[in-house]
Write a protein that binds this ligand. Structure first.
Ligand code: ADP
Length: 347
């Protein structure tokens, strides 16, 4: 049997957007469709990560259901993959505690996501920085250790993610090798990071920031369930620039426009951005945005239709069944590793 084990996760903090899809979900489905039967495929709805930010209970539960439906709608097959909710497999949290006893604080303090939460502007003094840090929650600092546990507990060999997760994957490998060294046993496997060609899709309202579920402005992202009308509306409002003349690909000087060219290319599964830009060089900005909106809407149409079908009231039983089957399979895999870990540690 092959030892390939693929693991990845997504937060139930809203309907996935085009960045999640092009950067992660489409790659998950590609892996599913192209890997041998023996490969273990595990995809996790990471609700314990979602609560590092305040969540409303009813809304969080609803969003988990919607996310599960979206994962099925993009083409994940629950007969082939294990799809489950993180909090239903307690071994993840248990391993996190054990790993937090080998994870160095200095490394966590230097994680870019933590530093961005500190919101340290260059002129902020040390005292103010301390005050900000004091009011932030422990979970926000330590969640990369939980993420390491998520990955390591399923002995993942490959982790398909967007670029924002590269640093977390590095930390995961460091924690795994520290653990193996400390307990003189190769219990944990060091996973490889798999970046998709669309490493970083940018916000439509601020092209210096990545597109994310957690941005306040809903017009900054295209949801996989957006109607053609919504997609067109968001594209029309997308920030570009006032350089006269046709659209050109120039990430440095025209980041907004270049992001739209990249999105168009990725939707068409192409990687030569200059070539894509050349093809639209006789269009006005308005016509170019219409073209991108059409390409996105067309691509999303089957996903949106499938989502509507899956979310129909008559399918609720199916979703419940998929979630409990996923939980059962994930528990089996996670508990096996946790037992080996405890054995190595002396617990
Ligand atoms: P979000 O920031 O939208 O809440 P998650 O933390 O749930 O995203 O990440 C789910 C997956 O989507 C991860 O693999 C992440 O790297 C990827 N991802 C998130 N945003 C983007 C983006 N803008 N471009 C490419 N990949 C992204």
């Amino acid at each position: 049997s092959s030892n390939v084990s693929v693991f990845s996760g997504i937060q139930p903090t809203g309907i996935p957007h085009l960045g999640n899809y092009l950067g992660a979900l489409r790659q998950w489905v590609g892996i599913q469709d192209n890997s041998p039967e023996s490969a273990k495929l595990t995809f996790c709805i990471v609700d314990l990560h979602a609560i590092t930010q305040p969540q409303e209970a009813e809304q969080l539960r609803k969003r988990k259901t919607e996310l599960l439906a979206t994962l099925l709608a993009v083409g994940l097959d629950p007969r082939r993959c294990t799809i489950f909710e993180q909090s239903r497999v307690p071994a993840h949290s248990e391993l996190m505690w054990i790993l937090s006893c080998v994870a160095p604080m200095g490394r966590l303090n230097r994680m870019t996501q933590w530093k961005s939460k500190l919101g340290v502007p260059s002129n902020q003094d040390a005292l103010q920085e301390k005050a900000t840090a004091a009011s932030l929650k422990l979970g926000l600092l330590s969640y990369p250790v939980l993420q390491a546990a998520d990955i390591l507990i399923h002995k993942a060999t490959h982790v398909p993610v967007g670029e924002d997760q590269s640093q977390h994957l590095e930390l995961t490998r460091e924690i795994a090798s520290s653990f193996n060294k400390a307990f003189k046993k190769d219990v944990l496997k060091l996973p490889i990071t798999l970046l998709s060609p669309a490493k970083r899709v940018m916000s439509l309202k601020d092209p210096t920031q990545k597109m994310t579920k957690s941005a306040a402005d809903p017009a900054s992202r295209i949801l996989l369930t957006d109607s053609p009308k919504e997609v067109h509306g968001k594209l029309r409002k997308a920030i570009t620039d006032s350089v006269p003349g046709p659209p050109t690909y120039d990430v440095q000087n025209r980041p907004g426009l270049s992001n739209l060219i990249e999105i168009l290319a990725h939707v068409q599964r192409r990687q030569d951005f200059d070539e894509v830009a050349k093809e639209v060089s006789d269009l006005s900005l308005k016509a170019f945005k219409e073209l991108v909106a059409d390409a996105i809407s067309e691509h999303l149409e089957p996903i949106r239709d499938e989502y509507e079908k899956i979310m129909a009231e008559s399918n609720r039983e199916v979703l419940h069944f998929v979630a409990s089957e996923g939980e059962r399979k994930a528990r089996e895999s996670a508990e096996e590793t946790l037992a080996e870990v405890k054995e190595a540690v002396g617990l």
